[in-house]
Design a protein around this ligand. Sequence first.
Ligand code: DON
Length: 291
Amino acid sequence: MPPPSSGGVTLAMIAHILEAYDIGKMGFQSPDALHHVAEAMRRAYAARNAKLGDPDFVKMPLDELLSDAWAKEQRATIKPDKATPSSEIASRPASANGPHTTHFSVVDEKGDVVALTTTVNWWYGSGVTVKGCGFVLNNEMDDFAAVPGQANGFGLVQGEANAIAGGKRMLSSLAPTIVLDKDAKVLAVAGAAGGPTIITAVFQEISNMIDFGLDPGTAASAPRIHMQHLPDEIVYEKDGLSEATGKRLTEMGYTLKERGHIAVAPFIGRVGSEWVGVAEPRRGGSLAAAP
Ligand code: DON
């Protein structure tokens, strides 16, 4: 089992960095908004990959990473119109020497809410089933930095904080999320499959709804981007960036990489007093139902 909320901490770091920018005003999916979001993702992932790990083993500097001062420090390094190479954000974490993830969100008629994600990591986990029991064993060991400083299966380059040790729990990108409005009423419920893209997809769904005022269906189906510090690139969904936006981001110094789709992220959002459940339109097998 991953340490509690390790995906949530990274999600909070991204949101915290962006809190001082009015990305809603920059324009939905505009180069400016995507630039600021990608730079926040880059910095949050750099910190995650280097500093987070099982709290029973690693003293995670959460007070620092979730502080206003840290968010301000990150913002101070974000150039208004230029990508920052990941190599400038943090050194590489050093070495001292589908059938994979499932998420569901539920809101019942009493207003009780559940966001739950479970994973066996890669396709069919380790590929080993338990005889007579009907389930596969996971291969979660790849969520550790098996060799600190070298990329895991998702391309995450992580450090000693997340190195393997007996009894230690691996870091996870799972990010089951319940969003409250300023009156502490539930506004949205989210979570996803997709390794590191979970955190960034959940962030974008919430931001699409809150910063850009999109309805839950549009917030979930809108094109997504992903940035995880290393590799130093923005991944975007096929047909998800206009030519002009891609050109502008390239001029800012970004390397862009196309992917078929990013994450599987069903979403529930409240519009007034009505709940809207959204199945992930990118993939079969995602369902939404209302009582
Ligand atoms: O916990 C994690 O970060 C990974 N085990 C999640 C893997 C995953 O979402 C694979 N699904 N597409």
